[in-house]
Design a protein around this ligand. Structure first.
Ligand code: GLY
Ligand code: MN
Ligand code: MN
Length: 537
């Protein structure tokens, strides 16, 4: 069963630490509303329901329209055994007729790790009884007046307000984010499951691309003319087809929805970090003389050949409200092989990721990984001659590695953070990940300030944290515009690489006692990616 009580104790403990000392021994009550099913206007049909993450964390309850009352008091029996009272809607005739009803109370009791479950109409009395038993309690809610959290209707707060009970929305979200920052075994199991489903979906897309290269996908007689193409007859010739196959693969394994809208970007569109159109055909045209040929008749129209290009897919499904977040960049056209330029950039991003992962362990500050990635990029670009190098090994030169790092120019190619916390949400627990006042640095070396602008995690790693490791290199015209006259760049060499667009490689890892465990199972080594995408394995 989902460990909701453990989560409640962890959250109460964090909350008490946040309170002023004079409030810490008072009874603390949490009052939370779950998400309600959204309906689309003029359709009478539900839109996707997703439980509010904090509600799920404290209750394990995915019933729409539910409420939760938790009670805790430091130094009493309630501190090891807080009372948790869940309220679910009653089954109505209309629910049975139109849709799937909520569970009965008896069914819900079997499913949830809470003290007691009642129907929603019992909530006002339950609040009244709590206020009689604990007249000096503080009632904590998620931020009120925010569209991000379900509102609590006044019928459930009126009585407490009339008795001058003290409400606070100042501490609960921060306490929840602090508690959610490290994951327990049950949460890691859910994240692993989401990641393994998404890993297979990435491999499915790559293998279908490879089958296309080998002409192993036959449209069948009359397909596409007298009858629609069946899934086994689809080639992937457009971003939308890749997205459709990815989502279908997750869905057939039981995942209800994606953790975020998939990013499926071919060619130079891969330089848009959160590209959201997924609507273009891959580009077509002659394969350049120096490139590998498509060794067969790619595409159902034999006269066409795909241009060599990359296809970046950043996509991950959700499993029981827990996210995955995986990016793979694969070669399209060119017989399923990277061009020499794309291969070199791919290898460099892989090196950024490998060196990052090798360093992971509790205590390591995430800012250090960000700097490591920039340093690796600068070294790699010097090897590729995109960045100039000193003629001699004189380290004080204006174009030495340290000088280039200090200039911040690498941010034009790697503008985002190397990773973020992941859990119930993809960019999980933001308020606990990036302290406003960073007093955790402890004298570690920092790079140019631009390296940290979009870094979503700025903490030392702890055992049980789940994070993404997602370096990337991009050639975005918008990001390159300000460095077009940089003296560190050999602009002629850069030109050769710009058509690569972008490469990102992203895995999800859990920090262990002495290192990390990779929860992403789809491989990313260059030879394997090319072998699969060219259909040779
Ligand atoms: N999928 C968005 C990200 O990687 O952060
Ligand atoms: Mn990510
Ligand atoms: Mn991602």
């Amino acid at each position: 069963m989902y460990p909701a009580k453990e989560h409640a104790i962890k959250t109460f403990t964090k909350l008490v630490e946040l309170l002023p000392p004079r409030e810490q021994s008072k009874p603390q009550i949490f009052l939370l509303a779950g998400a309600v099913t959204p309906f689309r206007n003029d359709t009478d049909r539900e839109m996707i329901f997703r439980q509010e993450s904090n509600f799920y964390y404290l209750s394990g309850c995915a019933v729409p329209g539910a409420y939760l009352l938790l009670t805790f008091q430091n130094g009493t029996s309630l501190d090891s055994n807080p009372s948790s009272h869940l309220f679910i809607p009653k089954i109505g005739l209309a629910d049975l007729m139109w849709s799937v009803p909520p569970p009965t109370i008896n069914e819900a009791v079997e499913m949830h790790d809470v003290t007691r479950i009642d129907h929603l109409d019992a909530l006002p009395d339950a609040v009244r009884e709590l206020l009689i038993a604990f007249p000096d309690a503080i009632i904590h809610t998620l931020p009120t007046g925010s569209p991000l959290f379900p509102a609590i209707p006044s019928q459930y707060t009126a009585l407490a307000l009339s008795r001058n009970a003290r409400f606070s929305d100042e501490y609960l979200l921060t306490a929840l984010h602090c508690a959610r920052l490290t994951k327990d075994a049950a949460e890691i199991a859910e994240i692993s499951k989401a990641n393994s489903i998404s890993s297979r979906a990435h491999e499915v897309v790559m293998r279908v691309l490879g089958q296309g290269v080998r002409s192993a996908i036959k449209p069948g007689k009359c397909a596409g003319v007298d009858r629609p193409l069946l899934p086994g007859e689809w080639l992937i010739e457009k971003e939308a087809e890749a997205e459709a196959l990815f989502v279908a693969s997750c869905r057939r394994e039981g995942s209800v929805h994606q953790a975020y809208l998939p990013i499926v970007a071919a060619s130079t569109r891969a330089s848009t970090l959160h590209y959201c159109c997924n609507d273009r055909e891959f580009s077509w045209g002659p394969v350049n003389a120096q490139d590998h040929k498509n060794h067969d008749h790619l595409a159902h129209d034999d006269s066409r050949q795909l241009n060599p290009q990359v296809l970046l897919i950043d996509a991950g499904c959700e499993w029981n409200c827990y996210a995955s977040d995986i990016t793979r960049t694969m070669p399209v056209g060119n017989g399923g092989k990277f061009t020499p330029e794309a291969r070199a950039i791919y290898a460099l991003v892989l090196e950024m990721q490998r060196l990052s992962m090798e360093a992971l362990k509790p205590g390591l500050h995430w800012d250090a990984i960000q700097l490591l990635c920039h340093r690796t990029l600068v070294r790699g670009f010097q090897r590729l001659r995109i960045f100039k190098s000193p003629q001699s090994t004189h380290s004080g030169s204006w174009n030495a590695e340290e000088a280039i790092l200090a200039s911040g120019v690498s941010s034009a190619f790697f503008p985002h953070g190397v990773g973020h916390s992941l859990g119930l949400d993809v960019h999980d627990v933001p308020s606990a990940s990036k302290p406003e006042k960073n007093d955790t640095l402890g004298g570690i070396e920092l790079g140019h300030e631009s390296f940290y602008t979009y870094l979503r995690l700025r903490l030392p790693l702890q055992e049980g944290m789940v994070v993404t490791v997602e370096p990337g290199i991009y050639f975005s015209p918008h990001l390159l515009a300000p460095v077009r006259d940089s003296r560190h760049i050999d602009h002629k060499v850069l030109k050769r690489y710009e058509s690569v667009g972008g490469v990102r490689i992203e895995d999800v890892v859990v920090i262990t006692k002495d290192g990390y465990k990779n929860l992403t199972t789809v491989r990313s080594d260059t030879d394997w990616i090319e072998a699969v995408c060219s259909g040779t394995i």
